[in-house]
Structure formats: C-alpha cells, structure tokens
Design a protein around this ligand. Sequence first.
Ligand code: ADP
Ligand code: MG
Length: 244
Amino acid sequence: MTTLTIEAEALHKSFLSGRVRSDVLRGLSISIAASELTLISGPSGCGKSTLLAILSGLLRPDSGRVQALGEDLWRLSPTAMERFRLRHTGFVFQGFNLFPALTALEQVMLPLGYLGMPLAKARARAMATLDEVGLSSRSRLRPIELSGGEKQRVAIARALAKEPELLFVDEPTSALDAENGTLVIDMLHHIARIHATTVLCVSHDPRLIAYSDRVLKMEDGKILSDLRNSVLTGAPALHEAHSK
Ligand code: ADP
Ligand code: MG
C-alpha cells in the first residue's frame, strides 16, 4: 500500500503580465506517494515550476488546496509555513542558487544552522552529505571553482543534509552536459531508494523517465497522463495506471 504525502486539489494560478492574464494552472489535482521518485514532465512554459513552487510552499495558489504531510499547507501562518519548509522540505533550484562567497561545506551547513543544529554536528553532517554526493574533496571550494555538475551536487547535498521528507527538484539536468546529467539523475534515484525520501522532480529530460517510479505529463495547466514505471517489479515497462 502506498502512503500519500502530498495531495493537491483544484489548483488555480494565473499571472498578469501587462494587461494579459495567463491561466497557468487550471484546476490541477495531483497526489504524490511517499518514498517515490515522481517525475512531472511537459513542454516548456506549461507550468511545471509554478506547480513545484506551490506544492513546496514557495508560491501561493489563487485557489485550491495542498495537503502536505498532513498539513493544510496554505492555511499555515507565515511562521508555521517557514518552519514546515525548513524542517520537512528540500528544494533544488534550476539555477542551483548557491551563495558565491560560501564554500561547498558552508552552503550545506547553512540550513542546518537555521535548524539550530550545533556547529560541530552540522559540520559533520554536511561533510557526510558531501561525501555521499562524491564531493568530500571539494568541500573547501567556492561555486566559481566548481564545475556545473559539482554545483548541482552541492545544491542537492544542501537540500538533503537536513534529511527532509520531501525533496523538490526543478530541471536538475537542464544546465548540465550529458555525463553530469546522468550522474545527477542516478543520485536522485539513489536518494529516493536509500533515504526513502519523497522526490518530486520537474523536467522535460526524457532520460529521467527510466529512473522514476511514476511519470506525470502536464499540459494546458492540468495533468494529462499518469504512468507508473513497473520495470523494477518485473511487470511490463510503463503501463497506464488504473484510472479511477
Ligand atoms: P515551466 O516550468 O513548465 O517551463 P513555468 O511554471 O515556469 O513553466 O511558467 C508557466 C507560465 O507562467 C509561463 O508562461 C511563464 O512565463 C509564466 N510565469 C511564471 N512565473 C511568472 C511570474 N512570476 N509572473 C508572470 N508570469 C509568470
Ligand atoms: Mg520551469
């Protein structure tokens, strides 16, 4: 039996640019199972990043509901929301969002500091997480000294170090060459398996499909299809999920 960690219902979001209002999400509903790597794919501009931001508590929907880990997310007070995001979620941004002045180790330690973890413990945890993504020898380097693939892995380590239940990842391979892209995909797969983290990844990279437990396709502000990848259980690859 699968446990649901995120359930969103009837999400609407539109943006106004100049006089033009564009409806990006049009009554989108989605539920995400715990400890799975779920991929949301779809053409550029279809609202993937917007959806990820709403589900992770970064962007308020115009209407609709998000239940995450039992919390009615958009009804939390700003303080409770901040706490929820800090304790339970990690976010890997499309452009990495690393701080230019901080070393790899400091980037990863930062959220642990916000959580109130003592310095020595935070340092040890951050080193262990950097080691897990294969970067222990790069801990003292700053972003400008790191390759794209290494920067992405620091960003993943930073999101992962606090051991969040929910990991949100926006286009993890779009800025990487093929080899580094594969490395990062493999890492996300490993995270979902080893840490039993719920990983929600948004990408139009078809290579991610084989590594995902489930693939949702988005179009016109809605979920168009929902496929389960059963390769690992020996069943035929990617068959249509049972519809309700
Ligand atoms: P995707 O990640 O699938 O490429 P996005 O969610 O980033 O799509 O964007 C969906 C649409 O919403 C795009 O047309 C984009 O220009 C628009 N959009 C996203 N964020 C904003 C914003 N803050 N203000 C205005 N328009 C936005
Ligand atoms: Mg996007």
